[in-house]
Design a protein around this ligand. Structure first.
Ligand SMILES: [Mg+2]
Length: 431
């Protein structure tokens, strides 16, 4: 167990698994058994990261194998199958580690479709050259991923197969193609690789992307569906925030907004999470909300009701933003003409790299952009925050909503996203 009392699991059991009998190649897979440790009796993560014998053994086997190739002339023959598992040539010693973690929420979190007190999470680390990159997959159950599915995906990721971790385009495209779905698990690797590359370069990503950290937006604070008393209390607690994000989509919608307006005039955006089913009722609600200092309405109706949402948008006095409708890059083009803007989240779109592309495309289509999150530690929040100077609105309160954060990183100062002046995604593990 490591210092946080958690277990870790190394993710690339086939790193040097050249098995006897395969294309006449020698067996040099001495570390296969060592790599495939049972999950129930894991080694210390700290020991995995610091044990030089692992790296020495790997280096020795790789060197021996390459010498064998040069002596036998087998390199050409081997090259023809080098891209097929399990015959991947190990070309760098980058390691991937991951372990499950459960986020504990400060308050029961209720939206139109579900209610919960915890969020399953998977923490990821990549390690090379003494530099550790951190990543994270947050997986609210209603989105379909789990710690089991994330582990199954991450066990298929072999970072040693890529010649240069700086080639993020190729590396992340290949990881995306391992299997469909799994956007949060993919985001965890994407974030960890970006963190590692940024640290190796000695620069934060907002600087690599040429963004001004002074242009970060204010972030909203989320108030879930709850009783009048709890909503009033949460509104009072949200005093430092310049924008509130209020969850709607049940028959208590007007009570929620009226209760908040009894406490504060702070601008509010609302998120219906597909909760309104009838377009005329939705229009009545939007017109009522427009009299209550509401900034925009997020995902008012089920994502399948595209024509109804486009109809609503045409008549709506408030901007209509797509969230559940807009998962990945191709969805941005489909959202044009249906929504005024999109909500980009790293856990939906496989991470920082695709999020940057989605924001760029939305801007080219003259659409508004919101940067959102799940309940997450400061790891994924800080990764998203690197992009925040590019967007109109941020909803990056995910780490504020949990009791057991693991990192310090981007913070919220006087309601505004504030970027640390540290390389990569700018996070430091909490002791
Ligand atoms: Mg939403």
């Amino acid at each position: 167990m490591n210092s946080h009392g958690r277990w870790a699991h190394s993710a690339h059991p086939r790193r040097t698994s050249f098995r006897a009998g395969n294309a006449g190649l020698p067996s040099i897979d001495g570390d296969d058994a060592r790599q495939q440790r049972p999950l129930q009796s894991p080694p210390s993560l700290d020991r995995i990261l610091t044990d030089p014998s692992e790296r020495l053994e790997f280096a020795a086997t790789r060197r021996d194998f390459l010498r064998f190739l040069s002596l036998t002339g087998a390199a050409v023959a081997f090259g023809s199958c080098a891209s097929a598992s399990p015959f991947t040539i190990p070309v760098n010693d980058m390691k991937l580690h991951f372990y499950p973690y459960t986020l504990e929420l400060k308050h029961t979190f209720t939206i139109a479709t579900s209610s919960r007190t915890t969020t399953p999470d998977m923490m990821v680390q990549v390690e090379k050259d003494g530099i550790t990159g951190y990543g994270e997959a947050s997986m609210p159950p209603y989105l379909g991923e789990s710690q089991d599915s994330a582990r199954a995906f991450l066990e298929k990721v072999d970072l040693s197969a890529f010649p240069d971790p700086f080639q993020l385009e190729d590396v992340l495209r290949a990881i995306d193609q391992i299997m469909p779905g799994n956007p949060a698990a993919k985001a965890a690797v994407d974030i960890a690789l970006h963190d590692w590359v940024g640290k190796k370069m000695g620069q934060p990503w907002y600087r690599i992307w040429g963004l001004d950290p002074a242009k970060t937006p204010v972030t909203s604070f989320t108030i879930g569906i709850d009783t009048k008393e709890v909503v009033r209390q949460k509104t009072k607690e949200a005093g430092i925030y310049k924008v509130l994000k209020v969850k709607l989509g049940r028959d208590t919608d007007k009570m929620m907004i009226e209760t908040i307006r009894e406490v504060t005039d702070t601008p509010v955006c609302v998120d219906v999470n597909q909760g309104w089913k009838d377009k005329t009722v939705a229009l009545e609600m939007v017109e009522w909300l427009a009299t209550k200092n509401i900034m925009f309405v997020e995902q008012p109706m089920p994502k399948e009701q595209i024509d109804d949402i486009a109809w609503l948008r045409e008549k709506s006095p408030l901007p209509i933003i797509g969230d559940e409708s807009v998962q990945r890059l191709p969805d941005v083009r489909k959202a044009w003409g249906v929504y005024d803007g999109i909500n980009v989240k790293l856990m939906k779109c496989t991470g920082m790299r695709e999020a940057y592309k989605m924001i760029t495309l939305a801007r080219a289509l003259d659409m508004k952009v919101m940067l959102g999150c799940m309940t997450e530690t400061s790891c994924a929040i800080s990764a998203a925050a690197q992009l925040s100077p590019l967007v109109d609105w941020a909803d990056l309160d995910g780490a504020v909503l949990i009791k057991n954060d693991l990192f310090s990183g981007a913070t919220i100062v006087d309601g505004k996203v504030t970027l640390p002046d540290r390389p990569g995604i700018g996070v430091v593990p909490l002791k």
